[in-house]
Structures are given as C-alpha cells and as structure tokens.
Design a protein around this ligand. Structure first.
Ligand SMILES: NC(=O)c1ccc[n+]([C@@H]2O[C@H](COP(=O)([O-])OP(=O)(O)OC[C@H]3O[C@@H](n4cnc5c(N)ncnc54)[C@H](OP(=O)(O)O)[C@@H]3O)[C@@H](O)[C@H]2O)c1
Length: 303
C-alpha cells in the first residue's frame, strides 16, 4: 500500500514509519524540518516537507504521494518538561483543527481510500466531569475526530479514529522525563490518588495503527489502550521500580496542581476504557497488555 504519514518524525511517527516499511508498504513521511529528511530516508521512507497549517503545501505533498491511506499523527507538544499549562496546548489545538482540515482536504483531493487519525483517549472520552481548563484541548480533539467522521459519513473517504491511551515506553520522551525524575527522587505519588488511566506502550499503538490500514470499520472509533487501566500511583511506582529508582515519596494533591496544572488535571480522571472493540475490529492485541509487562521489556536489568 502507499501510505502517507503526517507527523512521521514524532514519538509514534518514527516507529510507525519503520513498521510500515518493514511490512512492505511504500511510505511518504511528512515533516516541516529539512534536517529530519535524512533520518526519514534512513527508515526507508520518502520524506516530504510541508507545514500542516499551509493548506497548499499539504495538498501538494499528499498529491505527489498519491497514497491509498493517509495517517494523521500531528501534535506540537513541548518536549522539554512536557505540558505544564493549558497554553502549551494551543499549537496542538491549531493542528487538530486547522491541520486536520488541510490534511483531510488533501487526502480527499488525492483520492486516498482511508484516513487514520491518532487521537487521545484522555481528552476525548472523558465525560462532563472533565476539568474546565482542559476544555479547549478536548474541543480541538473533538473537532479533529468529527471532521474525519463527517467526511466518512458523506462517503468521500473512509475514516478510522484511534484513541490512544497515554503513551509509555523507553523511546517515549514523557517516560524518559519521568524516569530521570524518579532517579533523582523528584517524581512523587499523590496522596489520595483515585485516578484510573488508559495507557498504551508506543509499540502497541504502532501495531494497532498498522492494523487499521485494512482492518476496522470505516467510521470506526477505537480505544487503543492496555488491558487494564492504572492509577497514576501505579504508573509512578512501576516506573520507579523498573528503572531502579528509589521508592517515590508522597505529596499532597495541591503540589502537582501548582507545578503542572494541566497534567495534574488530566491525570486525575477516572477513565476505565476497554480495548475489546479494538481487539475485535482491528484483529489486534497488545504485545504488552499491562504497563508492568511493557516496562519490563524496556528496563529488563532493573526488574
Ligand atoms: N504522547 C502521548 O502520550 C500521546 C497520547 C495519546 C495520543 N497521542 C497521539 O499521538 C500522535 C502523535 O503524538 P507524538 O507524541 O508522536 O507527537 P510528537 O512526538 O510531538 O511528534 C509530532 C509530529 O508532528 C509534526 N508536526 C508538528 N507540527 C507540525 C506542523 N505545523 N506541520 C507539519 N508537521 C508538524 C512533527 O514534525 P516535525 O517536527 O518534524 O516538523 C512531528 O513529526 C497524535 O496523534 C496524538 O494525538 C499521543
């Protein structure tokens, strides 16, 4: 298949391009950054330069690739230190609203059969009790999903939405940050934590995305999550144990709310999602059904 990946140089983009190439697909990999073209070529893809917010550039990039399937993995989240406040989400919100519009229009114009969109379970699936500060980000995710699902309903392209859980894994910058903090004993657990969070190893998010090339109902929305949701406390203690870090200390809930209010809000929700629909429709199953199994692969010596 000819596959066009927007966001090809990102945390999921790189292993996704590698997996697509290994599966025999012809991959065009989009980036804004000319310095990343050689890396993408090294993965076996054809790089193409375009800014997702430049509609003409995206149209040209997708048209030149003539893809069967377009995959949307665009975000613009801060790498160093992660998302601390809601304003850090604004560039990503724009990508999810305007970038999606541009990529979808380009995919339809190039007569792609399917568009697969990487969405975020924590922002999309939470109910009305979602914290107010996360609303603009949640609305942007909703816009991204509804744009492609509307196009599917109009019959102009097939759309599949994959709502990934929180990514984890040795190659994931958020995990790397957390490991570094845990080793310095700067990653605490929160007193009274009642969270229940969907997570997914990046390798399993990749395999689900590859499966969605030719599996999954058009118009399908699938939660790509581990077999079992986990509390933030379990994430922190598992990470610390697996990375050989000291036992985390405990802080009251106002501390993370002060230091990293956005992350404190989205990681305090209870969202026990199931991967049953993804397993059934995509013919997929996670290689690492729990975070403990995923991290034991990534940090085998410390286990
Ligand atoms: N990280 C998580 O925990 C998480 C959880 C759930 C879902 N997701 C989903 O996973 C996907 C990607 O996340 P990620 O962590 O892989 O992101 P990432 O590592 O930040 O990568 C973002 C990608 O988007 C590209 N990009 C950003 N702005 C662009 C623009 N204006 N024009 C063109 N390309 C642009 C970047 O390309 P260049 O910098 O090379 O130009 C890069 O390839 C998204 O679908 C997101 O919703 C992530």
């Amino acid at each position: 298949m000819k596959v066009f990946v927007a966001g090809a140089s990102g945390t999921i983009g790189v292993p996704l391009v590698r997996a697509l190439v290994n599966a025999g697909h012809e991959v065009t990999a989009m980036t804004r950054t000319s310095g990343k073209e050689a890396m993408l070529r090294g993965l076996g893809a054809t790089p193409v330069l375009a800014d997702a917010l430049d509609a003409d550039a995206v149209t040209r990039a997708v048209a030149s690739a003539r893809p069967d399937v377009v995959i949307h993995q665009l975000t613009a989240l801060p790498k160093a230190g992660g998302v601390k406040r809601v304003s850090d989400l604004e560039p990503t919100n724009r990508l999810r609203i305007d970038g999606t519009r541009n990529l979808l229009a380009a995919a339809v114009a190039a007569r792609a059969r399917r568009i697969i969109v990487g969405s975020f379970a924590l922002l999309r699936a939470a109910g009305p009790d979602r914290p107010a500060d996360t609303r603009p980000a949640a609305e942007a995710v909703q816009s991204m999903e509804s744009q492609v699902l509307d196009a599917d309903r109009r019959g102009v392209i097939e759309a599949v939405v994959l709502r990934y859980g929180l990514f984890y894994g040795a190659e994931n910058p958020a995990t790397q940050n957390m490991v570094a903090m845990a080793r310095r004993r700067m990653l605490p657990v929160i007193r009274g934590d009642r969270s229940l969070l969907p997570v997914i190893h990046v390798a399993d998010a990749v395999s689900a995305t590859v499966a969605a090339l030719d599996h999954g109902d058009h118009g399908g929305v699938y939660e790509v999550v581990d077999d079992r949701p986990v509390s933030m406390t379990e994430i922190v203690t598992t990470l610390a144990a697996r990375a050989g870090a000291p036992r985390p200390f405990t802080v009251p809930a106002w501390v993370p709310r002060l230091i990293a209010p956005y992350m404190a809000q989205i990681t305090s929700v209870r969202l026990p999602l199931s991967n049953a629909a993804a397993r059934a429709a995509l013919g997929w199953r996670p290689a690492y059904p729990t975070i403990d199994e995923g991290l034991s692969r990534d940090f085998p010596k410390a286990a």
